[in-house]
Write a protein that binds this ligand. Sequence first.
Ligand code: DGJ
Length: 695
Amino acid sequence: MPIHTSPKSWVIETKNTGYAVGLNEAGLLTHRYWRARLPFAADYPAPVNPLERSSFDMPQHYTPEEYPGYSALRYFDPALKITFADGTRDLVLRYVDFSTSASPYPELALHLKDEVYPLRVTLHYRVHEEYDLIARWVTLENLGDEPVLIERAFSAKWTLPHGDDYFFSHMFGRHNNEYNMKREVLTPGLKTIESRRLTTSHHHTPWFAIDRNATEDSGEVWFGTFAWSGNWKITAEVTEFASTRISVGLNDWDFAWKLNPAETFVTPESISGYVKDGFGAASRLMHDYVRNILLPHKNQLHKVLYNSWEATLFDVDEISQSKLAEVAAGMGIELFVMDDGWFHNRNLDNAGLGDWFPDKAKFPNGLGGLIKNVNALGMDFGLWVEPEMVNPDSDLYRAHPDWVIHFPSRARTEARRQLILNLGRTDVQEYIISVLTTILSENNIQFIKWDMNRNVSEPGWRDAPGDARELWVRYVQGLYHVWGTLRERFPNVIWQSCSGGGGRADFGILHFADQIWISDNTEATARLSIQEGFSQFLPANTMEAWVTDWGRNVVPLEFRFHVSMCGSLGVGGNLNEWDQADRELAAHCIRLYKEIRPIIQFGDQYRLISPQKSMFSAVLYVSKDQSEAVLFVFRVYLSDPTNLPMIHLRGLNPTALYEVDGYSGPRSGASWMEAGLRVELKNLQSKILKIKQVE
Ligand code: DGJ
């Protein structure tokens, strides 16, 4: 058991890290250590006992408490804020006892209680030893007979080793431009990234990394993510006493939750880890965790898919889709996905959402005919849906205008001419479950792309069961319930999470979806940096990447293929316009991808030269047994003459001999890594080099 306990002290150990908390002399649950694992449990430092500095700086304020409530003389950002029924807005948490369990993963639970009020707070820690990750979440139980109002309930506060000399990395973006990395100095005060949009959002990503002069390959990095697909908040705080802490949890902005007697509120998980060897190592731990622990279909290779959206937009029917399918099959595509436009009255984005049955004019005999054709070509069939949405011009909206999120006194602001169904409501959940169950049970569908194309407005909920501000959480719980029920009913279906591209990419949704559509921007050179950002926390097999016609007059098809082959390859161009040479090149790339995809989808990823920082970039995937690797190199635009940098491989066995495509003679792994290799490319050229260990 990697958890050492004693009456006042707890140490959690993973393969390489140690994490310690304990009670200090004042009885406060105090953070002690989070860094490299130490040889003995007794090695971990004792809890600190700060002294009074002045009446303005009392010990409570600068004790690194593990989970501080808003109370007494504490002025830093608290993890929990409660209002009791009598109006008291002060929480005095006292340690009560602890428990541990071993299955399926080792867990520690530290139980706290308010000194006076019947509120129990349990801090949970799940240990993923192999991945050097700890998942933390919190349970709040109302043991009294009056309601309690929760105004903030973060999942964790992570305390860094004492100091104020850290860098904070995070990702920001917008629709069509997701996952831009930013690394900045943390200075005293608060730095917050968040979503207030009801979904995870394109605008910030629930991921952080803290370092002290780390690089991709070296240096200490503390990192983490939040497993939630709704409003979230990550705050880095540096106090005036040089203490640096990261809070992770549900966004408390416009949030409140009425916790009735005998009820329990459970927060989502905040998952974090520590590495000694740079950002790349942090990403690889998360990749392994996602692939081995999180995904519904754990080590299952993803098929090469074709998606018709960019080719046909809403203009789909049995004949034209079957024609595309024939071309796709000829190129070696394994899964044909029909996107938007197939359902009742859906000819543009102004109508149809909500009415999830095939449009009679486009599919007079239902979807069966098209699916039969696709299957006869040897491909699986997949379908696009956007179940959380409704167009005002739909039968569903005409029947249930009250089902959308709105305030009765306000106009319902449309975006893409659609409104959001309130998934917090059980009648809405039941409708979506039933209508999707019908589609999935009547048709041979192997893949569903679940889209969501707008953010919230007028977040009202008349007749809400508790506080109307519970909407933010109840919506996501409803979404998980609907998706979870469908997953149980149709366990073989592969689901993809999409929200106008990367608006819903997080560890929460990956309990249900195996893949993510990471951006509507499919222009290959832009995609290089979007893909790199995504790789900070999610592995290549979850990253669906289509080859499309964006930039076709400038960017060669081979380059576009190579970019998409860095993830789960798909094709999304208008195949009717691809000439014979294009189709042959596509068939060649797809054949090659099928050969190397186990390394890309399941291997270790090394970001060698960053496309976010350089027009010449390289990324490497190494098989887990280190016997094979695939190197991708891209040159976008550099004015000549230029000196292209050496590429230093990573992750090889230093003493084994490897051959690299196109380079004469085997060299040791150490040589390819230390001496490196040079790959000459012209502007808008790319290369894939296969690397193999020789016997
Ligand atoms: C947004 C998605 O990101 C696109 O791929 C496509 O599915 C459209 N929605 C369809 O409306």
